[in-house]
Design a protein around this ligand. Structure first.
Ligand SMILES: NC(=O)c1ccc[n+]([C@@H]2O[C@H](COP(=O)([O-])OP(=O)(O)OC[C@H]3O[C@@H](n4cnc5c(N)ncnc54)[C@H](O)[C@@H]3O)[C@@H](O)[C@H]2O)c1
Ligand SMILES: O=C(O)C[C@H](O)C(=O)O
Ligand SMILES: [Mg+2]
Length: 528
């Protein structure tokens, strides 16, 4: 910590990229030398270190990975290993693996295709699993599926570590993922596989293909959706309205990719339940834009994944197919503007100023794209242009904003880190062999009800990252209980399905907490 603090002192005024990569190196070296100490330092200083091992610095690390690479810290399965994966998986030295984070590097944060350099994301996500969920670091496995890259710069980089070929497509691609999933399932039938940062078409395709056969979920689609829903329900409470008022909120989602569509799907399910299973009414409240503007049924080559959310042109009076974000905000005066576009700065001054006319007394601006440079707007601009009454959340961390007169504009971090650790841990401890919508919904509801009214009134929608172990225990317990309710819980270790069934909510939380690994040195001297 002393060397970390002196680095901070000695690098004041130097560019962000230089300083944060130097910080990452200090932590990475500690990780290599002494795993127990690394995780202890991480847990005790999570607020300082999450921005280094996770977003935003992890993005920079991935971009520079060929130069930063020292040791694999995970497994790489390449298209050239086809037919060998079943034996390769037995090369992993750990006896037991509980949690796998898998990527193909095709959409790393908002940074695009980074090929094998995307391995930094599974490593960072699994560090969060250890820190937040207490998954034993000996039982985690970061995996890169190297199916090539379409990033020309990387293909030409002499230091690039991956296959120098264009990405596999179609059945060829799927056969690689199939083979990997079969191999993992054979060696560790209970391991949970988190799909991370796959480009949209494969995110949806693999989710559909595997979710009933394997214990897996897609964090960008499903984890993000739960976090966003908790935030949306929080904004209703922040307006001083009862939760039932959610059905009257106008929500504009900017970005029709894996994350945006995941959020809309879950929000519409919740709206629909609240309005007596009226899906039409639920859909009417939500508007979707992509790079070509407002998505309506008039759209040529309408993406089938976005089609269920496309507006009937007669329902958007005064707006046209492809209307710009500014036109949409001016016309609709939405309660919520939520960005998952991956494009930095598109909530520009004009758009933010237009949010001043929102029909909500506390308009919500969620600038969820990562890393920081890709956020739709930064916190200071949001409060400056949209006004001091807004509720603000971003995917990457920003400092709170000083609004003058002793007032503070609170910055929330709307990031799937508040859910994925609990989803993984809860599933593991329930012994469920699949992850259902019910389990994911329970996780989101738990997060949504975690904050007190007093906090919500101050614009605080999510817990501080300092309490991430506590929120993860609660989310984990909610997932266990949902699995029990759905008769999916087969138990874990000595705890069988009957015992899980008889646990109260408090006992389930205690059970989850007891199963969290905590870094302490193990004894080197065995007692006789
Ligand atoms: N905060 C979180 O927890 C969280 C979770 C998941 C994803 N994300 C972030 O969300 C972003 C998108 O992820 P994704 O998986 O959905 O990506 P994606 O590539 O699947 O989708 C991006 C979407 O944005 C649209 N878009 C591009 N330019 C636009 C513009 N100028 N205006 C409006 N829309 C535009 C595209 O048409 C596409 O529909 C990434 O930056 C990612 O880091 C954040
Ligand atoms: O990695 C993150 O910080 C969140 C999310 O999974 C993303 O892809 O941006
Ligand atoms: Mg992601």
């Amino acid at each position: 910590m002393e060397s970390y603090r002196s680095l901070e002192k000695n690098t004041q005024g130097q560019p962000y990229s230089v300083v944060s990569l130097a910080k990452w190196r200090i932590l990475n070296r500690l990780h290599d030398r002494n795993e127990t100490l690394y995780y202890r330092v991480l847990i005790d200083n999570i607020k300082d270190f999450a921005p280094i091992i996770y977003t935003p610095t992890v993005g920079l690390v991935c971009q520079n990975y060929s130069g930063l690479f020292r040791r694999p810290r995970g497994m790489y399965f390449s298209a050239k290993d086809k037919g060998e994966m079943m034996s390769m998986i037995y090369n992993w030295p750990g006896q037991q693996v509980d949690m796998i984070v898998l990527t193909d590097g095709s959409r790393i944060l908002g940074l695009g295709d980074l090929g094998v350099q995307g391995i930094g994301i599974p490593i960072g996500k699994l560090d969060m699993y250890v820190a937040a969920a207490g998954i034993n670091p000996q039982r985690i496995l970061p995996v890169m599926l190297d199916v090539g890259t379409n990033n020309q710069k990387l293909l030409e980089d002499p230091l690039y570590l991956g296959l120098r070929q264009p990405r596999l497509e179609g059945e060829e691609y799927l056969s690689i993922v199939d083979e990997f999933m079969e191999a993992v399932h054979t060696r560790w039938p209970k391991a949970i596989v988190q799909f991370e940062d796959f480009q949209m078409k494969w995110a949806f395709e693999t989710l559909q293909r595997y979710r009933k056969r394997f214990c897996m979920f897609n964090d960008d689609v499903q984890g993000t959706a739960g976090v966003a829903l908790a935030g949306l329900l929080g904004t209703v409470r922040a307006q001083g309205r009862p939760l039932s008022d959610f059905v009257n909120q106008k929500i504009v989602v900017v970005g029709a990719g894996s994350a945006g569509l995941g959020v809309l799907t879950m929000a519409i399910q919740a709206l629909s339940r609240m309005s007596g299973n009226n899906e039409m009414a639920a859909k009417n409240q939500c508007y979707l834009l992509d790079k070509d503007g407002l998505i309506t049924k008039e759209r040529k080559n309408l993406d089938p994944a976005a089609a269920p959310f496309a507006k009937d042109i007669k329902d958007v009076e005064g707006l046209r197919e492809g209307a710009s974000l500014l036109e949409v905000v001016k016309k609709l005066k939405p309660h919520v503007l939520l960005g998952l576009s991956g494009v930095g700065g598109i909530f520009n001054e004009q758009v933010l100023k237009a949010m001043r006319e929102s029909d909500s007394p506390k308009p919500a601006i969620f600038s969820m794209s990562n890393p920081t440079m890709n956020a739709e707007c930064n916190a200071a601009d949001a409060f400056k242009h949209a006004g001091p009454n807004i509720v603000f959340a971003s995917g990457s961390p920003f400092e709170n904003v000083d609004l003058g007169n002793g007032k503070v504009g609170h910055v929330n971090q709307a990031n799937n880190m508040y859910l994925f650790p609990g989803i993984g841990l809860g599933t593991l401890l329930s012994g469920a062999h699949v992850i259902t919508d019910g389990m994911l919904q329970a996780a989101a509801e738990c997060l949504a009800s975690y904050m007190t009214d007093e906090e919500i009134q101050k614009g605080i929608l999510y817990p501080s990252i300092d309490s991430i172990r506590h929120i993860t225990a609660e989310v984990g317990a909610a997932v266990v209980q949902a699995a029990v309710e759905e008769d999916l819980a087969e138990g874990h270790g000595d705890v069988g399905p009957r015992e899980l069934k008889h646990m109260s909510k408090e006992e389930t939380v205690a059970y989850v907490m007891q199963n969290m690994w905590f870094p302490v040195y193990s004894s080197l001297v065995h007692e006789k």
